[in-house]
Structure formats: C-alpha cells, structure tokens
Design a protein around this ligand. Sequence first.
Ligand SMILES: NC(=O)c1ccc[n+]([C@@H]2O[C@H](COP(=O)([O-])OP(=O)(O)OC[C@H]3O[C@@H](n4cnc5c(N)ncnc54)[C@H](OP(=O)(O)O)[C@@H]3O)[C@@H](O)[C@H]2O)c1
Length: 341
Amino acid sequence: MKIINAALVGLGNVNRNFLKILEMKSERLRSQYALAFRVVCAADSSGVAIAPNGFEPATLRRFKEQGGRVCDLDEFVAGQSIQQALSSLACDLVLEGSPVNLAHGEPGLSVTRTALERGISVVLANKGPLVLAFGELHEIAARTGAGLAFSATVCGALPVVNIGRRDLVAADVTLLRGIFNSTSNFILDEMVTGRSYAEALAEAQARGIAEADPSLDVEGWDTANKLVIIANSFLGVDITLADVSVQGITQISSTQLQAELARGQTIKLLATATTTPAGYAFAVAPVVLEKGEFLANCSGWEMGIEIHSDLYGQMYYKLWEREPLPTAAAMLRDAVNLFQT
Ligand SMILES: NC(=O)c1ccc[n+]([C@@H]2O[C@H](COP(=O)([O-])OP(=O)(O)OC[C@H]3O[C@@H](n4cnc5c(N)ncnc54)[C@H](OP(=O)(O)O)[C@@H]3O)[C@@H](O)[C@H]2O)c1
C-alpha cells in the first residue's frame, strides 16, 4: 500500500467533492490501486491547517459545507501562507483548487511552482497557472521529476487532454472546436425558453459550476483558457491568451436566440482552432449552428468537442456534468495515474 500525503489548496466545490470521493472510494482505491490518500494539509482563503496524521475527509468536508473556515480549525497554523507551508511540508501531492486569477495567477501559480520545485506532484483543477506559465511549469516538473497533471482543467471530467496527448499519436489536427463552458451553454439554453440571464446564472452558481468570478464564464475567458491549455498540451504550439480572439455571450438576447430557433438554428459559445497558411487561428465567439450539427446538440449542462485530424478521422465527444463531482473525479484520475505503479 502506498500512502499519498496530500495537500488540498482551496476547499471549495471541487476539493470538497474530492473529499467526498475519498469518503466513497477509499476502500476501492486501496484494494484496486494499492493507494491510500491522506490529507495532511488544507488551505482556504483564511489560511492553512496541517495534520501530519491526516484529516478525516468527511469531518473536514462537513466543516467547510457548514461555513467553517480553516483558521478556526485546531490544526490551523497561524501566520503561514500555503506557499510557506509547502516549502517544508512532508507531502507527495498538491490538489490545486483555488480560484482562477488571470492577472497574477495567485495563489495557484506560486503554489504550483513551490511544489514542483520540491519534487511534489501537482494535480490542477485551476487553469490559471497553466494559462500563465505552461512552459515554465513543465520545465520545472521535468527538471525535478515531479508529476504535473491537469485533465480536470479542460471540460471537467471529459478527458480531452488525455485523448489529445495519448490517443492522437502523430496526428495533425486540422480543425478543433468545442463547447467548453457549461455555465454559458446552460444560460443560452435557458434564455431560449424565456428564462432571464440572471436567473440562469444564479442556478449555475448555486450548483457550484460557475467560476468564482462568473465574468470568466460569460465573457468567454474560461473557454479561452481551455483553448490555450489544449493548444499547448497537444496542438504543438506555444500560445497565450493574447493569441486568442475572445468574445462572450453577454451581448446575446433572448429575442436573437428565439429567432435562430425559429430558423432551425442555435447559437453556441464555441472555441475553435482552425488551420490557416500561417498556422492555427484561435477564437472564442458565439456561433450560429444548424440544429443537426453535433455541437448544436450539446445542450444545457453538456460540454463537447470535435477533433478533425489527418490520421484519426473526425472524433466527437461530449459530457453531461451538472455538479462538480465529475471534475473532482478527474483530479482523482490524474492522481491515481501519477502514483500507480
Ligand atoms: N466548479 C467546477 O465545476 C470546476 C470545474 C473545472 C475546474 N474548476 C476550477 O477549480 C478551481 C476550484 O473551483 P471551485 O468551484 O471549487 O471554486 P470555489 O468553490 O470558489 O472554491 C475556491 C476555494 O479556494 C479558496 N481560496 C481562495 N483564495 C485562496 C488562497 N489565497 N489560498 C488558499 N485557498 C484560497 C476558497 O477559500 P474560502 O473557502 O475561504 O472562500 C475556496 O475554498 C477553480 O480554479 C475552477 O476554475 C472548477
């Protein structure tokens, strides 16, 4: 049995669901994978708590669900940031689930750097560190031998990154397009039925699907973040957000959506990577699709992707994910893949 000492950075919707999975699946992880996850460190916006013998997952989850703050735990370490804690903590794995910050990437970026520099593996749900420093973080991981996995950052449980890296061997992708943000997809679908934008967004927030800053969802930045991660991880290009033309859904009205519906069409917020003589062009924008198209039929809480390539034909994948549990499961998948021998 291999014991994995883990630090949970952020105890929001995603990492609380990770704790829930530990409650549900610990026995299975031991018997099938010979792995035992021990949560030795937990951080939220109030600070860091350390328990060398491990927190009980259900107790920690319920504490946070009931509005508790890490600074009120007995194990709270006063005056220490998570970055400082990670610079000396005996730990094998960081599960990074703090909010996306596109200006400076913090706290996720320095947490990821600090852990990787010490040879501690990192599993990210937070896209920010990759969007701002994809190459640098991979260089550190390669130098120190730490694992770096992030399948949860693109479309939650849909294994887009895994498919791209593992299953498209030697392919040239000629077209990639997808619906990568279920909050905006849900809002558009609800607005067709006459529900207000604000009501639909409030439901996405209540379900724990929307970003902490929902402008990232509706203004297209979350979709663009995922496109940047895809491009860097399996399209063979080194791009940043500055290389993506980004437009969100905030200018779209119910009237416009209903008019498209009457014409047998629908509007979706699409990410696209198209090939041009100068290389790929990357865009995020609302696009009118015919009702019969694959992505037109990714509705509500679904996300989807189509990947056309020279070797593997045209692939179509979609996912229905209405709560963050599948995203947390994607982090578990990454962690097991890193530590299974
Ligand atoms: N929700 C989803 O379906 C989903 C899907 C894929 C990826 N993601 C990504 O996963 C990450 C987490 O999402 P979420 O829905 O769990 O977010 P969330 O519910 O907003 O939780 C964020 C957590 O981070 C904590 N935090 C904030 N600042 C911190 C700091 N300086 N140091 C340590 N912790 C800090 C918050 O503390 P408090 O508890 O004190 O507020 C909270 O516990 C985000 O980057 C998101 O983009 C989410």
